[in-house]
Write a protein that binds this ligand. Structure first.
Ligand code: M1P
Length: 246
């Protein structure tokens, strides 16, 4: 079967191509290579490119389209085609006010374990973690359970929304220990502006956080995109095999 370049499949990273924050499996890598021979493929992750590469390898060259930080850093065929900055968008004064508020909130927050790197400053967003990003894997898993029961992130996000209503920001709980903060509209649909729609008859998206409030929701429900909800990398492979390889 020759490559059908008029079909594009976009993939989320954590929970879709890899287990959360883990490295992609050799089986998934083989699968992606095989799939790329049949259709165009792309990746759109919330993490920055350094982390995306840690998980996937040389993602800009493994996919026809590669989007880190939801597309704030965009590559096509290995070359940069777009770059956007949260800092420039918000301005230093407003950014400082937001960061100071978050740090004060954390100082008063009582949770079982705290580690380091509570705010990770990224090119296109802040990643905010009550436990701190350099917790261990075990601590990460424990926090996820604690958060589910105690709604630590949900409560904080509700307060931020109230406090910074005029900032027009979106808060997205995508992973286990943190949430992302970025200007509204800079969710995963941001990457779609780089994809020339006349090139494709079908644009598919596969993600695991497709529920409302999840970081795949907006692109999953976008009218130009055929959304697919997956439960694991194996489920992704199975759904894609049925759709594109059989
Ligand atoms: O890709 C989903 C999320 O993965 C990480 O979240 P956490 O560390 O909380 O599991 C982060 O990179 C986050 O930005 C991203 O949205």
């Amino acid at each position: 079967m020759p490559k059908n370049t008029r079909v594009l499949a976009l993939f989320d990273v954590d929970g879709t191509l890899t287990e959360p924050r883990k490295v992609v499996s050799p089986e998934t890598l083989t699968f992606l290579k095989e799939l790329r021979e049949k259709i165009a493929i792309g990746v759109v992750g919330g993490s920055d490119l350094v982390k995306q590469k840690e998980q996937l390898g040389d993602s800009p060259n493994m996919f026809d389209w590669c989007f880190a930080e939801n597309g704030l850093l965009a590559h096509r065929d290995g070359a940069v085609i777009g770059q956007t900055s949260f800092k420039d968008h918000l301005g230093e004064e407003r950014l400082k006010k937001l960061i100071n508020w978050i740090l004060r909130y954390f100082a008063d927050l009582d949770i079982p374990v705290k580690r380091g790197t509570f705010i990770e400053f990224r090119q296109g967003m802040l990643n905010v973690s009550p436990i701190g990003r350099n917790c261990s894997r075990e601590e990460r898993n424990e926090f996820e359970k604690f958060d589910l029961a105690n709604k630590v992130r949900e409560t904080m996000v509700a307060k931020l929304k109230e406090e910074f209503a005029d900032y027009n920001l979106t808060y997205s709980i995508g992973g286990q220990i943190s949430f992302d903060v970025f200007p509204s509209g800079w969710d995963k649909t941001y990457c779609l502006q780089f994809i020339d729609r006349s090139l494709f008859d079908e644009v598919h998206f596969f993600g695991d956080k497709t529920f409302e409030g999840g970081n795949d929701f907006e692109i999953y429900t976008h009218p130009d995109v055929k959304g697919h909800s997956v439960t694991s990398p194996d489920d992704t492979k199975q759904q894609c095999t049925e759709l594109f390889l059989s």
